[in-house]
Design a protein around this ligand. Structure first.
Ligand code: BES
Ligand code: ZN
Length: 621
């Protein structure tokens, strides 16, 4: 149990108590949702770019579980300034409640502080007046000089446990609630949310209202504010972006509606009405984030040729795996990300064919094999115990790629028809629920293993979920196209063919990635120059190709590549690229010195998460 200090205590008839606050049923939340759960919340917030704060209030509706006498509500909060907490009566009257903010545990600062509120017997609505901190981890504030429009921009990133840095709430994926929101923003700006009610144009009065009628977990709470424009891509889809990027984004994602149709054909109705994309500034720390109805997307996937749209398929797939059926705790993350990676590859196959699916699967598998070498046994387990650890630790390739191989294996054993029917029922039976790994296993046993006796055993299934490494019966993806790429690479390295002879003009991005991956630590400066002259890699507009080329440039200290790298690090904050690039640099004496200098200039434009990752890589914290 954590020993927590009492920071504030207010006298009143019902006391919040001064005893230490332990964690609730979820090891990453103080929330006592097994006693009193939030079922609806109403946000009323003003966005202040000058102070870099959100301020206003949230009203929480409560659902008492079993014993109606539970007399305290425990919420999560981190870096929030709490001003006032009141009970809201049926007629709207406010009555003060007593509350306290427990001190944070320095060993687990990422959890923030428990906010303990003493409830009266009649309390079923609680209003909290608060202000966020400019340092809030879940928000990035960009000033006017950091955007293409010359106007400021704000966006949230709540997964896994950052919602508590911008709303006091029960920040566990086991808790689901509906919400409504009223957001005030400065003139000429638009607010959008992962919710219904997103506007198609900027409102003169700066007031935007939203509702979320389907119950969601807190990590899917999302807001963005900026000078945004909207363009439709179909009857239930469209794109939001800063005006300068909008047309390119709409072209790149012109198949959005077809992707939704493909998703529905595979796993049943799309349950969220609309599906829009929000293209963020390049500092967005992820590739994509599956905020409901409005996925948040990095602009770095706009390659001009739709070659990186698997990322959209991935975020869309979360509308089933993750947003509809949700991991109950971060230990169960593979239920979200493994299912989604599998589902993403099925959508990719429908849109782009089996060949592309296999190449992408093979690259993912090769990435997993490399990653397994770096992870200790405990980290290689799908249902990995994360108690006492920052849940961010869980977000490596393992839940994605090992989870997906497990589902590939089930599909191979049962056949697509039976497996797809099973998944359809699974999404239906658990729709709008949060489930654990054990819930899934029991369901699998009853609905697939028992009805098809003798195909796979529960012991085999348990090996996938609870053992490190990959079972020897795993189905390994292979791509013929990659065999040919490997041949060409070998022959060029052996001096048997000239670069001009390579069929690279016809290569897809996956083939390029395969080619460049296999060149690790094998090149000298003359090779780099020759490759660049033949294929213009320093000038590549494809971020996946460019990234691998930049890694090769660090290895060889290739000047044009290093110059490109500097511009890249100053512009892009996507962690998947930025973290390993700083890491590669930090492994070299010249690189560390150079990278620390570049980082100081890049830092103001980075998201708090990117700063944290870069500072770790560069030994700055
Ligand atoms: N849910 C994740 C984003 C995320 C990752 C949030 C880690 C918090 C912590 C999202 O669905 C995702 O997986 N994005 C990937 C892209 C995908 C194609 C693998 C990303 O951002 O790279
Ligand atoms: Zn995902």
């Amino acid at each position: 149990m954590l020993a927590l200090l009492v920071a504030a205590c207010q006298p009143a008839d019902q006391q919040p108590g001064s005893d230490p606050v332990g964690l609730g049923p979820d090891p990453h939340s103080f929330s006592n949702h097994d006693q009193v759960a939030v079922s609806h919340l109403a946000l009323d917030l003003e966005v202040d770019f000058g102070r870099q704060t959100l301020h206003g209030n949230v009203t929480l509706e409560l659902d008492r579980k079993g014993d109606v006498n539970h007399n305290r509500l425990v919420l999560d909060s981190r870096d929030l300034e709490i001003h006032d907490i009141n009970q809201v009566g049926a007629d709207g009257t406010l009555t003060p409640l007593s509350w306290r903010l427990a001190g944070a545990d320095p060993e687990q600062a990422y959890l923030g502080s428990a906010l303990v509120i003493a409830l009266k017997s009649a309390t079923d609505r609680v209003r909290i007046d608060y202000t966020t901190s400019p340092e809030a981890f879940g928000l990035q504030w960009l000033d006017a000089a950091q955007t293409t429009t010359g106007r400021p921009f704000l966006f949230s990133q709540s997964q896994p446990i950052f919602a508590r840095t911008w709303v006091p709430l029960q920040d566990s994926p086991a808790v689901r609630y509906t919400f409504e929101a009223s957001i005030g923003v400065p003139a000429k700006l638009m607010a959008v949310m992962g919710a219904a009610g997103n506007p198609e144009s900027i409102r003169a009065d700066g007031r935007y209202n939203f509702t979320m009628p389907q119950p969601i977990p807190s990590y899917l709470m999302a807001i963005a504010v900026g000078e945004l424009a909207f363009k439709s891509t179909g009857p239930r889809s469209g794109v939001y972006a800063e005006p300068a990027l909008l047309d390119a984004a709409v072209d790149e994602f012109s198949q959005l509606e077809a992707m939704i149709d493909a998703g529905e054909a595979l796993y049943g109705n799309y349950r969220w009405d609309r599906y829009d994309l929000l293209i963020l500034p390049p500092s967005f720390p992820f590739g994509g984030m599956e905020n409901p109805r409005l996925s948040f997307i990095t602009p770095t996937v706009i390659a001009g040729d739709k070659s990186l749209t698997a990322l959209i398929a991935h975020e869309l797939a979360h509308s089933w795996s993750g947003n509809l059926v949700t991991n109950a705790a971060w230990r169960d993350l593979w239920l979200n990300e493994g299912f989604t990676t599998y589902f993403e590859s099925r959508i990719t196959e429908v849109l782009y064919g089996e060949r592309r699916r296999l190449m992408e699967a093979t690259l993912d598998y090769q990435g997993l094999v490399a990653e397994l070498e770096e992870l200790d046994d405990a980290e290689q387990i799908l249902a990995r115990d994360l108690a006492g650890q920052d849940p961010e630790q869980a977000f490596n390739g393992l839940p994605y790629d090992k989870g997906r191989l497990f589902l590939d294996w089930l599909e191979a054993r049962f056949g697509r028809e039976r497996f797809d029917a099973f998944l359809n029922r699974y999404f239906d039976d658990f729709a709008f629920n949060s489930i654990t790994t054990e819930d899934f296993l029991a369901y699998l046993q009853r609905n697939l293993l028992e009805s098809n006796a003798g195909v796979v055993s529960m012991d085999q299934v348990r090996a996938w979920i609870f053992e490190p490494g990959l079972p020897e019966f795993a189905v390994i993806p292979e791509s013929d196209a990659f065999e040919r790429v490997n041949d060409w690479r070998q022959r060029w390295l052996a001096g048997e063919v000239e670069l001009e002879a390579l069929p690279a003009g016809k290569w897809t991005v996956s083939e390029w990635r395969r080619f460049l991956l296999g060149l690790g630590d094998q090149l000298d400066l003359d090779d780099m120059t020759a490759l660049d002259q033949a294929f213009g890699l320093t000038a590549s507009g494809n971020v996946e190709i460019l990234y691998l080329w930049l890694v090769r440039s660090i290895e060889t200290r290739y000047t044009p590549g290093i110059e490109r790298l500097e511009r890249f690090l100053l512009e892009v904050g996507r962690n998947k690229f930025v973290r390993p690039l700083y890491q590669e640099l930090a492994n070299r004496e010249w690189g560390l010195k150079w990278a620390r200098e570049v980082y100081q200039r890049a830092r103001p434009g980075y998201h708090p998460l990117t700063r944290q990752a870069a500072e770790r890589a560069l030994g700055l914290n």
